[in-house]
Structure formats: C-alpha cells, structure tokens
Design a protein around this ligand. Structure first.
Ligand SMILES: [Zn+2]
Ligand SMILES: [Zn+2]
Length: 361
C-alpha cells in the first residue's frame, strides 16, 4: 500500500510502498484511512526542522489529523466495531514506570519527554491506506460528522485548553460570566478556538493579518464574533481600541505578538499559548511592563500541547454543537480535498485554511 513519507537524513519527501499492517493482538483495531489534514507541523517536518522516524528506520510516514473507518477488530475490542468512523489520538506514552502522567493515560502531560507522536516523533503517521492501532487510542465519531470530522484533532487543542481554562476560572470568588476573549490568528486552530468560545457564549474577537473585508474576516463574523485586522489595530492598542480581553487564545506562534498581547489582558486575565514559534533569534519586547502587569493584575499565562483521549471526546461534543450553530462556517474551514499524489506539493506550500488528503471514501 502507499504512504506519504519524509526522509529527514536525505532531506527528501516521497510517496513510498509499504506492506499492509495486520492485527497482531486482541486489543487492536484495523482502520482504513479516509482523510488526513495537513497542518503547520507537517510543513515544518517537510522543511526538516522537526520530526523523527521510528527507531531503526530512516523515514517517517506523515499525517496526524485523521479520519478513518474501522474495517477489523481484535476479539477483545469493545468500544468500536466494523463500519464505525473513528479518529486516532496522536501521542503515545513513554516507557518510564515513574511517569505518572503516561501511566495514567495522560501522555499529553508526559513528564519525561520520551513520548512518541504518530506522524511526528518516533512513530509512523496516518497518511497511508490502512493503520493498526490499539483500541485505547481510537475514538468513535458520529456518522453525522463525517464531512468535517478530520478537524477533530486540531479542535482537540482548543478542547484541552478549555478544560485547563475552566480549572483556572474556578479561582475567582464569583461566577465568571460575560467574559471577553481574544483569539490571535485566524488559521485552523484559531478559528476552531473561536468556534469553541462562541459555542460557550463568550464574546469573541479574532485578531489576524488578513484585511477586515477578507474571507477570513467574513468567516469570523459568521460565528457571531468580531474580526480585528492587524492592518487596522496594532497589538499594543487592542485594549484601548476594542477592550481588554479576559482571555487570550494565542494561535499564531509568533512570540512578539503573543507577549505584546499579554500586555493587553484585563485584570485577572488568562493568556493561553498554543502556537510553536520557529527557530529564530531574540525578540525585543518590554518584559518589565508585562511582568509588572502579570503580578499586579493577577494574570495567568499557560501553554498547552497535544490532547488526551478525553479532549478528543470533548471535541466530538464541540463539533456536534458547531454543526448546529454554524455548519456552513465549519465546512468553510476545509479549503480543498486532494489525492495522495498531490500531498508532496501541498506539504511544501501553504495557502487556504485546511488542506485535506483523501485516501478513500
Ligand atoms: Zn496538526
Ligand atoms: Zn511519560
């Protein structure tokens, strides 16, 4: 069967032939891959900044944002059955018996850093025809979500952040209502986070580079959120021009923007960082005033990476809600569906919101 592989040592990217995998134990599930989304992480791997092949091989099969159909199950599998649509979680636990996070199935909080991630770090991904996976990493998806379910993995980033956000909001001695949120970046994660905030009935602003009259601006407004273009409002004027946000969800991966926006937070505000900056030198920024604010205004800044099985399950609930509230907006996140043969070209250039490789239907 065919698979999209990257060869980091040779700095090559090509479609290869690999043997079809088979069920090897009673807890495994065979999944025919339908769709795989492409994201910034895949593109960084294809620029050889990031990503590592499984031990003993020189190539990594790409792809971690997946939708598939169960085509076979081991005799002990209970949670999915042949014909079910499923998504597969990305991170696999480390082997360290002392890692309480991994031993509890919460490898998103792995304490050793020796986890593996399918399609990213030390384990093959899903941009191929058939995948075998342990049942515990396979999450069932309602058939009604089939046309947009490939968005569940990027949505799980926002779903996990929302759980941590709610834990922090509980520190207030009052019920936090009427919160104002600012999302930085109108890429897939930023837009999905904006949808999650709107589904929670939070007043939401999305701040991004595109002009106010762009498609992204329209998409944001279709959610009942307000679009703010960086062309019209500098980051340092956000609080004075549109109001100080109680929550910032950062999804641009640019440190200067992320930290300047922390300076715009309201009293008791919370800033969530989800973007990963590329390699680059030091950035000049007034950290004294940012730190003074964080302390004197009781602010919280936290990072979030990867997601647990429970976050994927919550993503399913969010996506069902999105398809009631703004179904056309969700569909607009998927820019284009392409064949596997087009994957090498799509992995090397950006553009659009979410490109999806279709492997079967
Ligand atoms: Zn991704
Ligand atoms: Zn671990």
């Amino acid at each position: 069967m065919r698979a999209m592989a990257v060869f980091p040592a040779q700095r090559e990217l090509r479609i290869i032939d690999v043997p079809a995998p088979e069920l090897r134990n009673e807890h495994q599930v065979a999944i025919r891959i339908r769709e795989v989304g492409i994201c910034g992480t895949d593109r960084e791997i294809c620029e050889f900044h990031y990503g590592s092949p499984p031990a003993g091989t020189d190539r990594l099969v790409l792809g971690h944002e997946v939708l598939g159909e169960v085509v076979g199950v081991g005799p002990a599998v209970r949670t999915v059955a042949r014909g079910d649509l499923v998504v597969i979680t990305v991170r696999r636990p480390c082997d360290d018996p002392e890692c309480v996070a991994c031993r509890a199935g919460r490898q998103d909080f792995c304490t050793t850093g020796h986890f593996r991630e399918r399609g990213i770090k030390g384990a093959d991904g899903f941009m191929t025809e058939l995948v075998i996976e342990d049942e515990r990493y396979v999450v069932r998806v309602p058939k009604a979500l089939s046309e947009v379910a490939v968005l569940l993995e990027p949505l799980s980033v926002a779903a996990k952040a929302a759980v941590d956000l709610d834990a922090i909001l509980r520190r207030y001695p009052w019920e936090p209502t009427a919160l104002r949120a600012l999302v930085l970046g109108a890429g897939p994660i930023g837009l999905l986070a904006a949808m999650a905030l709107r589904a929670r009935d939070t007043e939401t602003f999305v701040y991004s580079l595109e002009p106010a009259d762009s498609d992204r601006g329209d998409l944001v407004r279709s959610l009942g959120a307000t679009y703010v273009s960086a062309r019209d409002v500098p980051v340092g004027e956000i609080a004075s021009r549109v109001g100080a946000p109680d929550i910032v969800f950062e999804a641009v991966g640019v440190a200067k923007v992320a930290f300047e926006a922390i300076g715009e937070l309201a009293r008791n505000g919370i800033s969530i960082l989800s973007g990963v900056p590329g390699p680059g030198g030091p950035v000049e920024i007034d950290l004294n005033s940012i730190m003074r604010n964080i302390v004197l205004k009781n602010q919280v800044v936290f990072g979030t990476v990867n997601a647990s099985r429970s976050a994927f399950e919550e993503s399913v609930a969010y996506l069902e809600r999105f398809m009631v509230l703004f179904p056309d907006s969700v569909r607009r996140l998927i820019t284009q569906r392409s064949k596997l043969d087009d994957a090498p070209a799509l992995l090397q250039r950006g553009g659009g919101i979410k490109h999806v490789i279709q492997l079967s239907s």
